[in-house]
Design a protein around this ligand. Structure first.
Ligand code: HEM
Length: 96
């Protein structure tokens, strides 16, 4: 669904900014984007994640530089109900 070209233009391109323009919601009402699932069994942690994620991610980026063992990042994915990375990401923090 995340790469369906009927839904997303240039669907294969990594383009997080696209979400700034589309005006769809990620809280289970718009099925084009359901990172927390939808319906009665959707993620009950959504309100917590919604508040904390920016803070956690911002702190990690602010406090560390990040690198990978190989120096590059493999963005291939594997097919499934949700989009997952083919190879797990091993991010190594480097103290600033
Ligand atoms: C970015 C953060 C998170 C994402 C993307 C996420 C995503 C998801 C997804 C996709 C599901 C399955 C929903 C479905 O079956 O329709 C789920 C279930 C669940 N999540 Fe999260 N989650 C996040 C954070 C959290 C947090 C912070 C908590 C708890 C503090 C949490 C607790 C749960 C629980 C208990 C379920 C099982 C719900 C059930 O089966 O009824 N999640 N989550």
């Amino acid at each position: 669904m995340g790469q369906d070209s009927n839904v997303w233009s240039d669907a294969q391109r990594f383009d997080p900014e696209r979400f700034l323009e589309v005006g769809i919601d990620y809280k289970g009402r718009d099925f084009e984007l359901i990172p927390f699932g939808a319906g009665r069994r959707m993620c009950p942690g959504l309100p917590l994640a919604d508040r904390m994620l920016h803070l956690m991610l911002g702190s990690l980026i602010y406090k560390f530089d990040w690198k990978t063992k190989e120096g590059t990042m493999d963005m291939s994915d594997k097919f499934g109900f949700t989009l997952q990375k083919k190879l797990p990401l091993m991010a190594i923090p480097v103290e600033l």
